[in-house]
Design a protein around this ligand. Structure first.
Ligand code: Z5A
Length: 228
C-alpha cells in the first residue's frame, strides 16, 4: 500500500450454520497475525451491544419479536459498526467479518407462513435496510449441504437451526450470489463460492490463497456502498 489513496480490504465470510465460518475466520486471523498483519475481526450478530442482546434473546427463544422488528434489529446491529469498519480500512487495517448483510437477507427472506408455506417477507423488503452499508471487497460464501452441516454435530437449539429452514436459506444465498455476480470488475464486490464440505486444511488453504494477496496488495479507492 504505497500512497494515501490506498486502503485495506473489507472481507466477509458468509454461509450456512456449521459451514465452518468461525473456525476459518479464527484461523485466518491468527495466520495474518503470524505474518505481522494486524486485522480487525467482527462477528454478526454482535451480541455485545444493547441491540445485539435483544437479538440474542430472540435467537435463544427467551423473547418473542415480530419478524419485521427482528430483521430491522439485525440491520441496525450492522449500522452500529458501519463507521468503525470505514475508519478501520481507511487506517489500512483489514476488516474481516463473520456474517454480514447477506445473512440478514437470506435468513429473513427464507421465513415462510406456517400455514401455507408462502414467503413471509419479500426479498426486496429484506434487502432495503442494508442498502448503503459499507460494501465488502470480497465475500467468501461457504457452501455446504444441510446434510453435511447436520453431520457436524447436528443443529443446536437456536431458532433457525432446523434442516428445512437451512434448505431455504441456502436457496436465498444462491439467489444473492447470482445477483452479486462474479464481481471481477474493478470496484465491485467479488463473490466466491467455497466448497466448505471439504477437510479443514483444504478450505483453510483456499481461503488463504484468496485473502492474503488482497490484504498484502491493498485496495485503491474508497470503500463503496452496498446496492447503491
Ligand atoms: N442471522 C440472521 O438471521 N440475520 C442476520 O442478519 C445475521 C444472522 C447476521 C446466529 O448466527 C444466527 O443468526 C444464524 C443466522 C442468523 N442462524 N442460524 N442458523 P451465528 O453466526 O452466531 O451462528 P452460526 O452461524 O449458527 O455459527 P456456527 O454454528 O458457529 O457455525 P460456523 O461458524 O459456520 O461453524 P464453526 O463453529 O466454525 O464449525 C461448526 C462445527 O463444525 C464445529 O464443531 C467445527 O469444529 C466443525 N468444523 C468446522 N469446519 C469443519 C470441516 N471442514 N470439516 C469438519 N468439521 C468442521
Amino acid at each position: 500500500m504505497s500512497n494515501s489513496t490506498w486502503r485495506a480490504p473489507f472481507i466477509v465470510i458468509e454461509g450456512l450454520d456449521r459451514s465452518g465460518k468461525t473456525t476459518q475466520t479464527a484461523n485466518l486471523y491468527s495466520r495474518l497475525q503470524d505474518e505481522g498483519i494486524q486485522t480487525s475481526l467482527h462477528k454478526f450478530p454482535d451480541r455485545t451491544t444493547a441491540i445485539g442482546q435483544m437479538i440474542n434473546a430472540y435467537l435463544c427463544s427467551t423473547s418473542e419479536l415480530d419478524d419485521r422488528a427482528v430483521h430491522l434489529l439485525f440491520s441496525a446491529n450492522r449500522w452500529e459498526l458501519a463507521s468503525t469498519i470505514e475508519k478501520t480500512v481507511s487506517a489500512r487495517t483489514p476488516v474481516i467479518c463473520d456474517r454480514y448483510a447477506f445473512s440478514g437477507i437470506a435468513f429473513s427472506a427464507a421465513k415462510v407462513h406456517s400455514g401455507n408455506g408462502q414467503p413471509l417477507l419479500p426479498f426486496e423488503w429484506c434487502r432495503a435496510p442494508d442498502v448503503g452499508l459499507p460494501a465488502p471487497d470480497l465475500v467468501l460464501f461457504f457452501d455446504i449441504t444441510p446434510e453435511q452441516a447436520k453431520a457436524r454435530g447436528g443443529y443446536g437449539d437456536e431458532r433457525y437451526e432446523k434442516e428445512e429452514m437451512q434448505v431455504r436459506v441456502r436457496e436465498m444465498y444462491r439467489r444473492i450470489g447470482e445477483e452479486m455476480g462474479a464481481g471481477d470488475a474493478p470496484g465491485k464486490t467479488k463473490w466466491v463460492v467455497i466448497d466448505a464440505g471439504r477437510e479443514r486444511e483444504v478450505v483453510q488453504e483456499e481461503v488463504w490463497n484468496l485473502v492474503s494477496p488482497l490484504v498484502k496488495r491493498g485496495i485503491e479507492g474508497p470503500l463503496r456502498r452496498l446496492w447503491v
